[in-house]
Design a protein around this ligand. Structure first.
Ligand SMILES: NC(=O)c1ccc[n+]([C@@H]2O[C@H](COP(=O)([O-])OP(=O)(O)OC[C@H]3O[C@@H](n4cnc5c(N)ncnc54)[C@H](O)[C@@H]3O)[C@@H](O)[C@H]2O)c1
Length: 266
């Protein structure tokens, strides 16, 4: 990160993780369009996302590294403090998927998924939440999943991590809401991203499995998740929403219809 440039203090600052592709990239572009300065965090250098948001006029820097590493997160928070002196929004989006029957899931796989999907967001909330608490304002949006609200077979580690992330969200909302820091979660249904392509390639499911299950008869687009995230990030639009887990799923979690009943309504 180049810490030499001057930050325009009138612009709110957002830290977004997992921005090299998929949902995180769309979230970063959406926040850039709304005038945020951006810290783009990913394991991979988010070259294309950085170029796009800069083309959109956003002040933006990339921080490459593993969000599950405590020392990396501490360094990231220090760079944010030095470069911007503030952070208004944190979007914990980086995550990994694991499709595996519970009885075949190794302890190593389990720990890896929990580290990236739950410990990483906790470390970022703790480090950047400190800056928000000092300022008395801020908004954290955790990208969970409908798999954090319900069980889905062959995803024990992933689902436990997302249930945990929603538990973390509700707890921080209770702990920090009185000091001006809101914490919410977005729970996407299935979204067309590289993660979906990899999961389908491993034989987990097909497009029609998902489309048949969703009342609105389609996958989410990354932009659907980005819109909900921008809404929860912005105190002008969601200033009294704290501790919610918002499904963005085309009605999936609301719908207990059997398949022929659902398909008969199309
Ligand atoms: N795609 C879906 O259907 C879907 C559904 C519900 C929830 N989600 C959640 O949304 C988030 C984004 O999903 P996506 O589909 O865009 O995934 P993706 O795999 O397409 O992108 C994830 C990004 O996170 C980064 N990342 C992974 N591990 C990291 C680490 N340890 N440190 C830093 N960066 C790391 C990757 O490099 C990548 O750029 C994830 O938390 C995922 O669980 C996705």
């Amino acid at each position: 990160m180049d810490i030499s440039a001057e930050h325009d203090v009138r612009r709110p600052v957002a830290v977004v993780t997992g921005v090299a592709q998929g949902i995180g990239r769309s979230v970063a572009e959406g926040l850039a369009a709304e005038g945020y300065a951006l810290v783009l965090a990913d394991l991979k250098d988010p070259v294309e996302t950085l170029a796009t948001v800069r083309d959109m006029g956003a002040e933006a820097v990339a921080v490459v590294g593993d969000i599950a590493s405590e020392s990396h997160v501490a360094g990231l928070a220090e760079q944010v403090r030095e470069r911007f002196g503030q952070v208004d929004v944190l979007v914990n989006n980086a995550g990994v998927s694991l499709l595996s029957p519970a009885e075949d899931t190794t302890a190593e796989q389990w720990r890896w998924v929990l580290e990236v999907n739950l410990t990483g967001p906790f470390l970022l909330c703790r480090a950047l939440g400190q800056l928000m608490l000092e300022a008395g304002s801020g908004s954290i949006v955790n990208i969970a999943s409908i798999a954090g609200l319900h069980g889905v077979a062959d995803r024990a580690a992933y689902n436990a991590s997302k249930h945990g992330l929603i538990g973390l969200t509700r707890t921080l909302a209770a702990e920090w809401g009185g000091r001006g820091v809101r914490v919410n979660a977005v729970c996407p249904g299935w979204v067309k991203t590289e993660m979906d392509a990899a999961d389908q390639a491993s034989g987990g499911y097909t497009d029609s499995d998902i489309v048949e299950r969703v009342p609105m008869a389609r996958f989410a687009a990354p932009g659907d998740i980005a819109q909900a995230t921008a809404f929860l990030a912005d105190p002008a639009r969601s200033g009294f929403i704290n501790g919610t887990a918002l499904p963005v799923d085309g009605g999936w979690t609301a719908d207990a219809s059997w398949t022929s009943l659902r398909l008969g309504k199309r």
